[in-house]
Design a protein around this ligand. Structure first.
Ligand code: IVH
Length: 675
């Protein structure tokens, strides 16, 4: 049966809606629709395509993953060769000056002539890809290969969600764009966290993650690796008049819905380039992806043409590097550290090495399995990575440099701090000290984490202070910090009156925070910064988060059963709930957000009455929770009451509710209702 026109029209509508939302989400980073509504559109499209297979097209958003594993990649001859660029090895300002001087000389400019205009952009650290769009449809994606011939990786590239399968607006007959497929740092960290928790192999760095995924023969596997893309140039075009400048070119590509990095600038002369180089270097750690430098391009396409190429490199572009984020050094010792959740982390003590802008002397080896897999031994020469402000890690051993006598490292059986047994459940990758909060190391780490820069950010609460506060029994939990006074702190060793006052002030200041920071600060197992942000965004309030069950938690992007279980376990522990209560009582607060889930709340506009003592939620918490979901809480039961939530020792209100036939819920039924 041929598809009716109505179905064809609906399919077209659904595709353009989904494309619009994908663009908002993956390119603009500004979601335009709740996840559940998006899923609805997507499922409707899938159903229509299944019913009318003749409507199925390769640019449908349902076709991002679907291909079969390939025996090998087919070769692709590039219509326009994919060139590389010269790298300026001088990482100082003089590197930019040298490039500008060469360009001016080639163009025959004298000192009296105006500065050359450049487009300055980032040098993304991933894998170069050519995307070919014919009449606006993505028809082929290829790697660079040797520049003349690359590999057809279309199947895998289709899984990259920020790459449009169809260009928006009126597209030319042929438009090839070039750019870099990369893996963002949060995606890399999250992926590795998950792999590690599952005892599986991790990615060495985001670049290998991107390259390895794109060169993966099974597209289903590639689809599991979260990749992104930035466009930075052009290949073949047909029926497309070129703009006058490279910066305009990027604007026009962005208008097609292609992801163009926002960190770019039109710069005048060497001074403009140097300014850009320095500004980006200062912000490099805060970028959510790795860069290994910046790229300068002569902005005028006419001048680019005049400058032309030397061998395989354009004279009009150069890469100006930053110091490397990976370096080689040797392992002087391997020790184990006890983390805030008792996790035993093997750490390599290193011969000091300058990497990623700092001197590194320690690098994590993550866990026993990873240490085994990498087989790091004392005396080994290793590659250390420090990117962003992520903890430095050993990524690999250089096997040729292993000394003759290098015995394998053996993990200890008891905690080096408290002497408790170290246990490792069979299905887990992490060995843990069983001492719990009896173990001073765990207590100290929990406090340090709570106070860390990305958590509650208490300046001055470093290792030495925490050691003393715990050893003297002044502080057991983070809540105790808020009971400290200048006198007690000034009594600590090497603590002047002034620094004591500063610390107390910093503790006071930390009370105003955000929900995401607070959740992260709690130090819940498997809940890193990215997950904490996702949770805060999704639930909008702490009560809603605390009340969520495993199913509700797994509604959050990237929260799987492991993280959901860790959260549920944490909030089920009365001690933790108690500490949270004390922190809030001490004045720790944050702006309340609108939970994303409230949009389609089943209790919107309903009236509740609370009575008796609930097992986990305080009266206030239950009220906040109901209100956060759009319900109202009243003081007395009447015919207008929709629900009575009853705990232990509920009195007359419960009786009245029963008499009036009002629905009665206990705490877990309330939570069930809010799912
Ligand atoms: S332009 C003809 N721009 O760096 C000019 N390349 O050799 C072609 N890269 O592997 C390259 N960021 O994939 C250009 N903003 C950027 C870039 C960039 C990263 C990569 C490119 C290639 C290498 C240059």
């Amino acid at each position: 049966m041929a598809a009716p026109a109505a179905a064809a029209g609906r399919v077209g509508f659904l595709r353009s809606e989904i494309q619009r939302h994908d663009h908002a989400y993956y390119v603009l980073d500004a979601p335009s629709i709740p996840d559940a509504d998006y899923d609805k559109l997507f499922r409707e499209l899938q159903a229509l395509e299944q019913q009318y297979p003749e409507l199925l097209t390769p640019d449908s958003p349902t076709q991002r993953v679907g291909g079969k594993p390939l025996p090998q990649f087919a070769p692709v001859r590039h219509a326009v060769p994919m060139l590389s660029i010269r790298t300026e090895t001088d990482t100082e300002a003089s590197g930019a000056r040298a490039f500008d001087a060469r360009v001016r000389k080639e163009l025959g400019l004298s000192e009296a002539d105006a500065p050359v205009e450049y487009n300055a952009e980032l040098k993304f650290d991933g894998l170069a890809i050519n995307l070919r769009y014919e009449n606006g449809i993505l028809v082929q994606a290829a790697t660079r290969g040797d520049g003349e011939t690359g590999e057809d990786v279309t199947q895998n590239v289709r899984t990259v969600r920020c790459i449009p399968l169809r260009l928006s607006g009126a597209a030319p007959a042929v438009l090839e764009v070039r750019g870099e497929v990369y893996m963002s740092r949060p995606d890399f960290e999250r992926y590795n966290e998950r792999q590690r928790a599952a005892g599986k192999a991790t990615l060495v760095n985001p670049r290998n993650g991107a390259a390895g995924s794109i060169r993966q023969l099974d597209p289903a596997l590639a689809a599991q690796r979260p990749l992104s893309f930035f466009v930075y140039g052009l290949g073949e075009t047909q029926g497309w008049p070129l703009p006058a400048t490279h910066s305009e070119l990027l604007d026009r590509l962005a208008a097609y819905g292609l992801p163009v990095c926002e960190h770019r600038a039109v710069a005048a002369g060497a001074a403009g380039l140097i300014e850009f180089h320095q500004r980006i270097r200062a912000g490099r750690d805060a970028l959510p992806f790795d860069i290994d430098g910046v790229v300068y391009k002569v902005n005028s396409l006419a001048l680019q043409q005049r400058l032309g190429f030397v061998t395989r490199e354009p004279r009009w572009a150069v890469a100006h590097k930053y110091p490397a984020e990976e370096a080689m050094t040797t392992v002087e010792a391997i020790e184990v550290q006890v983390g805030r959740t008792g996790a035993i982390t093997p750490v390599a003590r290193l011969a000091p090495v300058f990497v990623g802008g700092v001197t590194v002397t320690n690098a994590t080896l993550h866990n026993e399995d990873e240490l085994r897999r990498k087989d790091v031994r004392i005396g080994d020469t290793v590659i250390v990575r420090r990117a962003g402000d992520v903890i430095p890690e050993v990524v690999a051993v250089v096997p040729e440099r292993r000394p003759i006598l290098a015995p394998e490292f053996v993990m200890p059986k008891v905690c080096p701090v408290c002497g408790s047994a170290i246990e490792r459940p069979e299905d887990e990758a992490i060995a843990r000290c069983t001492g719990g909060l009896f173990c001073p190391a765990q207590r100290k780490q929990a406090l340090l984490h709570f106070a860390s820069r990305r958590a509650l950010d208490i300046e001055g609460l470093g290792e030495k202070v925490v050691d003393q506060l715990v050893d003297r029994g002044l502080v057991k939990t983070p809540a105790d910090l808020y009971g400290l006074d200048t006198g007690a702190v000034a009594n600590l060793e090497r603590m002047a009156e002034k620094s004591a006052a500063n610390l107390i002030e910093a503790i006071e200041k930390s009370k105003a925070t955000t929900l995401a920071r607070f959740v992260y600060a709690l130090g819940i197992r498997n809940v890193g910064e990215a997950t904490a942000k996702d949770l805060a965004r999704h639930f909008g309030g702490l009560e809603a988060l605390m009340a969520a069950d495993a199913a509700a938690l797994q509604q959050v992007p990237d929260v799987g059963p492991v993280v959901a279980a860790a959260l549920a376990h944490f909030f089920a522990e009365p001690h933790n709930v108690d500490v949270i209560g004390k922190l809030r009582a001490a004045g720790v607060h944050w702006p309340e957000g609108e939970p994303a889930a409230a949009v389609a709340s089943p209790i919107a506009g309903k009236t509740f009455v609370l009575t008796g003592t609930l097992p986990l939620l305080s009266r206030d918490a239950a009220k906040d929770l109901i209100e956060a979901h759009g319900g109202k809480v009243a003081g007395s039961v009447s015919k207008k009451t929709d629900y009575v939530v009853a705990g232990s020792e509920a009195g007359s209100k419960l009786e009245k509710a029963q008499a009036l036939g009002v629905t009665i819920l206990d705490e877990s039924q309330l939570k069930g209702l809010l799912k």
